[in-house]
Design a protein around this ligand. Structure first.
Ligand SMILES: [Zn+2]
Ligand SMILES: [Zn+2]
Length: 313
């Protein structure tokens, strides 16, 4: 017997309700997934008029923000990604080039002035502690004034730098284990990649590096590898306009990775998804996604994502 329209609609409605309940209970039981948001995808310290922001990557693990690198604009980009600054809990610096640390102090300051609910722990290579001290000295007058005048907590007691000078475990908590790996970024000796092993997802962020087979070993079996990339024809076009072209070309070739080599690293690591980020040059809008990814695709058969600011993976 065919159901009446009323019976049919009642059936559809109850099905929808039970589906919604099921959906909700499944999500309530599951740990919150690990989200990756690219905050800034342009390599280098130059602040562009438009387009990509300077380097930073956000991981949301069990709803807690982990910020990797603090290029200029990271505070603004976090807000654009929907993350209130006073939620920032962990910061990681890959190395001490300014496109990775320029806004470390200011990000913490901006979080403090928003009203810090908890302390912030920052991790990075040697030099981090001195840099933190120098930053607080730079703003001593303002900070002391606001503590006296506005009754704020002393930010120097809320921010803890943890520096390291070798690979190993950087942080372990209930949600994630973070390890680091020394990569190749001359003339900087202390340049690191980070690996985040969360409950249901492993993510590796290369930092700045030339082709480094040890990074493939470090990233073995990860779900996602976020790797820096440099496009040679784009570099040549850029260098034509600069007086320090020769030195800059030498630095770039020794310190960064071409798309083909990024593909080799991703293939050797056996990751599921390769995300290209830290684009050099990052300001040349004429370089297409296909141009950025073609070299990598020759060697890597998994999914390739050409990153953009505020893209979520
Ligand atoms: Zn960089
Ligand atoms: Zn660098």
């Amino acid at each position: 017997m065919r159901p009446t329209r009323r019976q049919f609609l009642t059936g559809v409605t109850s099905l929808a309700v039970s589906h919604a309940l099921l959906h909700r209970s499944v999500f309530a039981q599951q740990p919150k997934r690990t989200r990756i948001v690219l905050l800034g995808t342009k390599g280098g310290p130059r602040v562009g008029e438009a387009g990509r922001s300077n380097p930073s990557t956000l991981l949301m693990i069990n709803d807690v923000p982990y910020v990797v690198d603090c290029g200029y604009g990271v505070s603004k980009q976090l807000i654009s990604a929907g993350v209130a600054l006073n939620r920032v809990r962990y910061i990681f610096i890959t190395h001490h080039h300014s496109d990775h640390n320029l806004e470390l102090g200011p990000l913490f300051y901006n979080a403090w002035i928003t009203g810090l609910p908890v302390r912030v722990d920052a991790y990075g290579p040697s030099g981090l502690t001195q840099m933190t001290r120098d930053f607080f000295n730079y703003l001593k007058f303002d900070i002391d004034t606001r503590i006296d005048d506005e009754g704020r907590a002393d930010p120097r007691t809320l921010f803890t730098p943890h520096e390291f000078d070798k690979p190993g475990v950087v942080l372990t908590n209930d949600d994630v284990k973070v390890t680091n790996c020394l990569v190749r970024h001359p003339p900087i000796k202390q340049s690191y990649a980070y690996r985040f092993d969360a409950k249901e997802r492993s993510v590796v962020i290369s930092g700045d590096t030339a082709y480094a087979p040890e990074l493939a070993e470090f990233a073995k079996g990860a779900d996602v590898l976020v790797h820096e990339v440099m496009y040679l024809p784009g570099i040549e076009a850029l260098l034509k306009r600069l007086p320090n072209a020769k030195r800059l070309r030498e630095h770039l070739m020794a310190a960064h990775t071409l798309p083909e080599d990024v593909g080799k690293i991703a293939a050797a690591a056996g990751v599921k998804t390769l995300v290209l980020s830290h684009f050099v040059p990052g300001d040349d809008a004429s370089i297409t996604d296909e141009q950025w990814s073609a070299g990598a695709r020759k060697y890597f058969k998994g999914k390739i994502v050409v990153g953009r600011d505020l893209m979520e993976i």
